[in-house]
Design a protein around this ligand. Structure first.
Ligand SMILES: NC(=O)c1ccc[n+]([C@@H]2O[C@H](COP(=O)([O-])OP(=O)(O)OC[C@H]3O[C@@H](n4cnc5c(N)ncnc54)[C@H](O)[C@@H]3O)[C@@H](O)[C@H]2O)c1
Length: 424
């Protein structure tokens, strides 16, 4: 199977590293994105996202002529779609997946498809999304045949291959991780396996498209349910005056127990989102998965309440001061350690609530960003360096266990709320 030209649709945190790694294998890659800024940045050999090592690979791929970005799709032998799959805006509270980006990407590539092409959906998707994508493609190109009607003999092959890389380690994991490859037919799986063979050193395991979709959702739901258990324990332990970090260390001495660590909630683009894709399709059956989401989604408000308690504690120890005199420093805004990604971040939502509620000075320490999100700036929060925040804070709130925060020496008398147990 020959893939002389490969097109990656959506050049974000997943699509750009994928495009660059394939281009580094000396394949011609056409990256497509609707964001002109992203396209221009990439064509200069630069990157518009933060991911270790990615800048060098993109720079080399563009300079050597293997990677080019464009707004308009062009003909290729394989298309990898890595566009967002958020919730529907109008149904925000019901957590219904929004497939309009996949639909738009399908409609955009349909005119350039030709017999023998392979289309792979990499976006995290609810079960059935790959079949839906194939239906949109077929609707736009009645002159071509697709697996849903022509099976193994189809002109176009279609597969779902979910991405499971860890932000911050994407370049290594893209190559090293095993891949689940869910073709709509066995031939589709075979074609997709050949494509990933270009750059994946992990094992490629084939299955159906629906199972591949569910596999990705299951992986993240497993993580979410287990984190919810740890988060629930942290709330129970707080009430019972037990140190949850010590408790978990002790319980994990049991040979068959492995409890995860609690935190300020669960964020990011995946774990906090994907379980809802199962719940929205099977609301009556996915009871544990839904409860885990609710436990994890409730944790940020619990942390806000703890910070308010800490402020109260500071004020009772300093009766000459009022709430207006209290400086709160939040350490970390990203959704996980050592990255710049603030999307769906529980730390950001806690900081935003605190800034909204607290009349005193609010300092934000986030070493991975150069400017605060607008809503925080508008409300008067300031981005501060570690030393500055430590020098001024009355209450320090540890929200993300970034490497930089682990060696901090806390002044005596500083009131601390530590959601990750690193300042214990
Ligand atoms: N970020 C992660 O760590 C991660 C991990 C695994 C899976 N995923 C999944 O991968 C998918 C992509 O996530 P991401 O983090 O790369 O998102 P992202 O927002 O970083 O990037 C998506 C890109 O797609 C572009 N885009 C949107 N519509 C388009 C269209 N019609 N045509 C071309 N480009 C279009 C956007 O401009 C953006 O640059 C999502 O389904 C996500 O759930 C993400």
């Amino acid at each position: 199977m020959n893939f002389d030209t490969i097109s990656v649709i959506g050049l974000g945190y997943i699509g750009l590293p994928t495009a660059a790694v394939i281009a580094s294998r000396r394949k011609k890659v056409i990256g497509v994105d609707i964001n002109q800024y992203a396209v221009d940045t990439i064509n200069r050999g630069d990157i518009h996202i933060v991911e270790p090592e990615l800048d060098m690979i993109v720079h080399a791929a563009v300079k050597e002529g293997y990677l080019r970005a464009t707004i308009e799709p062009e003909p290729a032998d394989a298309f990898l779609i890595a566009v967002p799959t958020p919730f529907k805006a109008e149904n925000g509270n019901q957590h219904v997946p929004d497939l309009t980006y996949i639909k738009a990407a399908s409609k955009a590539i349909a005119p350039v498809l030709k017999q023998g092409d392979l289309v792979i959906l990499e976006s995290t998707s609810p079960v059935g999304a790959t079949e839906q994508m194939a239906a949109w493609l077929a609707e736009a190109r009645p002159d071509l045949s697709f697996p849903q009607t022509r099976g193994e003999d189809s002109d176009i092959r279609v597969a779902h291959c979910p991405e499971r890389v860890l932000p911050g380690h994407v370049v290594r994991e893209l190559v090293a991780n095993d891949r689940v490859i869910g073709g709509m037919t066995a031939k589709c799986s075979k074609a997709a396996t050949a494509l990933y063979g270009i750059f994946v050193q992990g094992e490629c395991i084939t299955t159906t498209a629906r199972t591949a979709e569910m596999a990705k959702l299951t992986e993240n739901s497993f993580r979410d349910v287990n984190i919810a258990f740890a988060n629930e324990l942290s709330i129970i332990c707080d009430k019972l005056d037990i140190n949850v970090w010590e408790l978990i260390r002790l319980a994990n001495r049991h040979p068959r127990v492995n409890i995860l660590q609690p935190g300020p909630g669960v964020g990011g683009h995946c774990i906090a989102v994907d379980p809802w894709f199962i719940v929205s399709e099977t609301p009556d059956e996915a009871r544990l998965i839904r409860t885990a989401r609710e436990v994890n989604d409730g944790k940020p408000q619990w942390v806000v309440d703890k910070v308010n308690e800490a402020v109260g504690k500071f004020l009772s120890a300093n009766p000459d001061k009022t709430a207006k005199d209290v400086t709160i420093a939040c350490f970390g805004l990203a959704f996980k350690p050592d990255i710049d990604d603030l999307r769906e971040s529980p730390a950001l939502s806690i900081a935003t609530k605190l800034v909204h509620d607290s009349p005193g000075k609010m300092l934000m320490v986030e070493p991975h960003i150069i400017g605060l999100p607008t809503q925080l700036q508008k409300q008067g929060a300031r981005l501060a360096l570690i030393e500055e925040a430590l020098g001024q804070a009355d209450v320090a709130v540890l929200l993300v266990d970034h490497r930089e925060f682990k060696s901090i020496n806390l002044a005596k008398g500083l009131v601390v709320v530590d959601t990750r147990g690193i300042w214990e």
